[in-house]
Design a protein. Structure first.
Lengths: 346, 285
């Protein structure tokens, strides 16, 4: 994905030579979360160049946007679920002018007007997805893996991968113990830490940059993954399966927001409308494997995508699923300390 | 010397140097010191009142453990660099001038590529399906791929690779200055090779060793991207803690305090370096 950002910069540099000042959209997005084709077509249609910059955690994105200075002047960002409410409440976002957005009414009614942004004044859903289990069935012997708890088995010693995401990893620990993944109770968080530290000797690596890669590289066989990464990974490695763990998956909804210090909010509105076109939304979902909230786009998807359980879970898959919520700063500090302990423990 | 230099030119140079030091060295460091004594604030990152909580937090056994482990990995890196760099620099000072230039040039060429890119390249070599494992398997040395990537060893290999030139260059300069007469005198006075090495060569090259250690040890604790890429985000360095505090935990005072510990350690090493230089200078006189 860094290549893409570079290509974007290069494009800006090249067109910078022309006499006419080209319009630029600074898009701040997760790595591997937007097909290049979409960016190219947007530029072709509108003449607006897209500078694509990536991050690999909500925390990193938030820390940069929070500065609200010129070094972090992005026109569009894509925070996950509760970060929308957090940033909205801290007055970091510009309200979105619905009259400039086409296609909002095609969005899944279940994914708009949520608590994180009751009237969607500040956010427009982009994609939603889940964090579940990845299993390389070619390298695993014995009973199939069906639950988070299975990761603790001896047979996976040194073959486990976790995402490099504090909240997600603790979510797993908490769920295995039967607690909510959004617990703010220090005792429960500590118990989850104790449980996770038993798993640590088995853990080979943490990765939130491209979580499919350690599986494809043969470094790990089992562990956590985002569903879209699993879908993309399966294209290269047929034996990589996405499993819905019994304790429940972690669900998230990523939304477009316009930061308060955006330089080109006009282009940001245009880009949101562009992505909301059913054809474009369908292309994105097909390409990167996450589920589109755009119902009109769902109808356009080829059967093998629409029926892919990894991208589009059914009702039983969603049993016990939990969306992450804002746990507040006090609990965050408790998590942060145990996270540091977990990663430095040996 | 200053009588030769034109007054306006001298003033301009001085302004440039002092301006540089004030704005790009002193001011940022003062900001870090300032941040380290403030209170963390979830909304604005930093707030009053001033206090030393961040420094107190450094003595938390957890962070002490991270610091010690980081120090251990940096020390191993330094040791390996020294073991490779010392004979390398010695040999370098022995070859002809023409070859010396070529060898130093080769030593510096990798710097033209960004260190992040080179670290990713190292990952491709160390991976389970990587170059090294494939090569070892094809010549039949091993049957199963070795697990090299995402280990402490991989982090140390990465650090050594990136920092070795910083050990070699100061050592090379002391070997260049090593007077042949002193070695001859040592032989004439009946010292054997080992005795000459221990009593003459080592003390005379000690300033270079210390300079190399300084240039390797401290950066080795700060290069956070090496554990992130080669260590699987484990085997953390102090640099990782600092980065995590600023980005993930949003505890800026603590992150600032941790980086000040590194700065103070550096200052301490430089002080030791000066002491040793002075001592050797006195002995030489």
């Amino acid at each position: 994905m860094k290549k893409l950002a570079l290509a974007g910069l290069l494009a800006v540099g090249l067109t910078g030579c022309s006499s006419e000042e080209p319009q630029v959209l600074n898009l701040y997005n997760w790595s591997e979360y937007m097909p290049q084709e979409v960016l190219d077509r947007f530029t072709e249609e509108t003449g607006i160049q897209v500078v694509y910059t990536t991050y690999d955690s909500n925390e990193a994105m938030y820390a940069r946007l929070k500065l609200l200075d010129d070094s972090a002047a992005y026109d569009l960002a894509v925070p996950s679920t509760y970060y929308v409410s957090k940033m909205r409440q801290e007055d970091l976002l510009m309200s979105i002018d619905r009259s400039k957005i086409e296609g909002f009414d095609q969005l899944d009614p279940e994914l708009v007007n949520l608590d994180i942004d009751p009237e969607n004044k500040f956010s427009v859903p982009y994609l939603w997805g889940t964090t579940g289990l990845a299993v390389d069935t070619a390298d695993i012997e014995g009973e199939p893996v069906t639950a988070w708890e299975d990761l603790w088995e001896d047979r996976f010693d040194g073959r486990v991968m976790l995402t490099n995401d504090m909240r997600e990893v603790f979510h797993v620990g908490l769920r295995v113990l039967g607690y909510s993944g959004n617990s703010t109770n220090p005792d429960e968080i500590e118990a989850a830490y104790e449980k996770l530290s038993e798993l640590m000797p088995s853990v080979r690596t943490f990765n939130s940059d491209a979580p499919r890669m350690p599986y494809l590289e043969g470094e790990t066989d089992v562990g956590m993954i985002w569903n879209g990464e699993a879908v993309m990974g399966k294209d290269t490695m047929e034996s990589l399966e996405y499993v819905y763990p019994e304790e429940g998956i972690i669900a998230w909804l990523d939304s477009f927001v316009i930061p308060k210090n955006a330089k080109n909010p006009e282009a940001a509105h245009q880009f949101i409308s562009f992505v909301l076109q059913p054809e474009i939304s369908a292309l994105i979902s097909e390409e990167i494997g996450y589920a589109t909230p755009n119902l009109a786009a769902r109808d356009l998807l080829p059967d093998e995508v629409a029926n892919n359980r990894a991208s589009y879970p059914n009702a039983t898959d969603m049993i016990n699923a939990e969306f992450q919520t804002d746990i507040g700063d006090d609990a965050l500090q408790v998590y942060a300390k145990y996270w540091e302990m977990l990663k430095s423990g040996r | 010397m200053h009588s030769v230099m034109q007054q306006p030119f001298k003033t301009a140079v001085l302004i440039l140097v002092w301006g540089w030091l004030l704005f790009l060295v002193l001011a940022p460091n003062l900001l870090v010191v300032g941040a380290s004594v403030m209170t963390r604030d979830p909304a604005t990152f930093l707030s009053l009142p001033l206090n030393l909580d961040a420094y107190r937090q450094l003595f938390d056994p957890l962070y002490l453990e991270v610091f010690l482990h980081s120090l251990y990995m940096a020390a191993m890196t330094t040791l390996v660099c020294l073991l490779i760099g010392y004979p390398f620099a010695w040999a370098l000072s022995k070859v002809g001038k023409q070859r010396q230039l070529i060898l130093i040039f080769l030593l510096i060429v990798p710097f033209w590529t960004n260190s992040l890119v080179r670290t990713y390249a190292l990952k491709l070599i160390l991976a389970t399906n990587g170059l090294l494992n494939n090569a070892l398997m094809s010549i039949g040395l091993i049957d199963e791929p070795l697990q090299l990537l995402y280990t402490e060893g991989a982090v140390i290999i990465g650090l050594v690779y990136l920092l070795l030139p910083f050990m070699i260059l100061p050592l090379y300069s002391v070997f260049e200055d090593l007077k042949q007469e002193l070695l001859l005198a040592s032989h004439d006075l009946g010292a054997g090779r080992l005795s000459t090495f221990i009593n003459v060569i080592v003390p005379l090259t000690l300033p270079g060793v210390l300079a190399g250690v300084m240039l390797v040890l401290l950066p080795a604790m700060g290069l956070f991207f090496v554990p992130d890429i080669l260590g699987g985000s484990r085997n953390l360095l102090v640099g990782n803690v600092i980065k995590n505090q600023f980005l993930d935990a949003r505890n800026w005072p603590f992150g600032a305090a941790a980086s000040i510990v590194l700065t103070v350690t550096m200052a301490f090493l430089m002080f030791a370096h000066r002491l040793s230089k002075r001592r050797i200078g006195e002995e030489g006189a």
